[in-house]
Write a protein that binds this ligand. Structure first.
Ligand code: C5P
Length: 405
């Protein structure tokens, strides 16, 4: 077993959700890889899995009480807070997340989180409706803004029978997150800018032309790049996604706004990735007032003009040109069109995906990519966008190193 977590001190905070039963396995997998795991349980967590089980698998007494003189005499809550290299909250219930956001310290776990400087990773686990609730979403984005890492949740069948987002990531997925967190940082000292999501091209004050891009792929790349140590600027069209931890986000709406932000940032970044689904055309004029329906004609026409090609403009920079990566979402002849764009837009790499395949590409959680660069290519098989993002960046790093030599 590779000792990828050798000597790492992980404080595993368990709160009261059904996914707590997976924590025994999670602890074993972390320990197998060389980590030391100290378990802290909320009172509700003990209803789902016993401290005895967690003590047996972690090899350490479980901490569960703030007011226990015996426990405080061994490793008190302040010492525990200082001991951890990483605090992993799994499962993190909606209640725990709300208490974290409020800065409460009404049990041992929340108290030591308040007292700790350690990085914190939150693995949400709850019913899909609770996860979708505005209060929970606001709490999660507040935690992200404070620099906490949010790992998951995944979508799928839930213990209550519902289907949707809210399942805790599987133990091995959490282990992979820990390995990435403690692993080498190949993008350390590298500045990376990325565009993501759709653009909106206004017709009048209430209407626009847009597309189905969810922004998930671009956000996954931004998150993976930050995890790999990059200083990341994410230029995003309108999407319903939380900003990943340690990422600077710039919100834009139209292609012209995205162009302006991208050109400003391209020259101060080492790598530029254009993942956004930029509208090729925009209405030539935006009506000042809402356009009225007329009785005398069944047709209306909107004259469209071409938007600037952002990625091609970045790649055409003569001075301070970053390593430039484009995307090509195609519905046919993927390779032919991707290679055509690589050459025509003077890109260093293009990531092609076939958006005609059901369940892949736009708005889905999975994707498959085929990467092409001047003297090479590599296929990345179907996987979740987070996993693909990491694989893609591993290849970008290698090509960037050649480029910057
Ligand atoms: O739309 P097209 O297939 O040409 O897009 C390929 C690449 O060009 C993508 O990386 C996309 O983000 C980028 N693009 C752009 N500005 C545009 C159109 C596309 O940066 N106006």
């Amino acid at each position: 077993m590779p000792q990828s977590l050798s000597g790492k001190k992980i404080l595993l905070g368990i709160s009261g959700g059904i996914a707590a039963y997976k924590c025994a396995d999670l602890t074993r997998r972390l320990i197998e890889r060389g980590a030391q795991v100290q378990v802290v349980m909320t009172p509700a967590a003990k209803e789902f899995i016993t401290p005895l089980t967690m003590q047996a698998v972690s090899g350490r007494p479980v901490s569960d009480s703030l007011l226990d003189p015996a426990a405080e005499a061994s490793m008190g809550h302040i010492e525990l807070a200082k001991w951890a290299d990483l605090i992993l909250l799994a499962p993190a219930t909606s209640d725990l997340i709300a208490r974290l956001r409020a800065g409460m310290g009404n049990d041992l776990l929340t108290t030591l989180i308040l007292a700790s400087n350690a990085p914190i990773a939150v693995a949400p686990a709850m019913n899909q409706q609770m996860y979708a609730n505005v209060a929970t979403q606001e709490n999660i984005s507040a935690l992200t803004q404070r620099g906490m890492m949010i790992w998951g949740p995944a979508a799928g069948q839930q213990a209550c029978g519902d289907v949707g987002y809210g399942r805790m990531l599987e133990p091995m997925e959490l282990v992979a997150h820990c390995e990435a967190f403690f692993g080498p940082k190949p993008l350390q000292n590298i500045k990376l800018a990325i565009t993501a999501g759709p653009t909106r091209e206004a017709i009048d004050p209430v209407r626009y032309i847009s597309n189905h891009s969810s922004g998930k792929m671009g956000f996954a790349i931004a998150e993976a790049a930050a995890n790999m140590g990059a200083d990341v600027t994410l230029i995003s069209g309108p999407v319903a996604l939380a900003t990943p931890a340690n990422v600077t986000r710039i919100d834009v709406e139209s292609a012209e706004q995205m162009y302006k932000a991208a050109m400003e940032h391209a020259v101060i970044n080492d790598i530029f990735i254009s993942c956004a689904a930029v509208a090729d055309y925009r209405p030539s004029q935006i009506a000042d007032q809402k356009i009225k329906k007329t009785d005398d004609s069944d047709q209306m026409q909107i004259v469209m003009v071409k938007n600037p090609d952002i990625v091609a403009s970045v790649a055409a920079l003569k001075d301070k040109r970053p390593f430039t990566v484009g995307f090509a979402a195609e519905t046919q002849d993927v390779k032919k069109y991707a290679l055509g764009k690589l050459a025509k837009k003077n890109l260093d790499m293009i990531c092609a995906n076939d958006v005609s395949v059901e369940g892949l590409g736009f708005n889905s959680n999975d994707n498959a990519l085929h990467l092409y660069w001047k003297n090479g290519e590599q296929a990345l098989g179907t996987a979740c966008k987070q996993h693909l993002a990491k694989q893609l960046l591993d290849i970008v790093v290698k090509q960037y190193q050649q480029y910057s030599k």
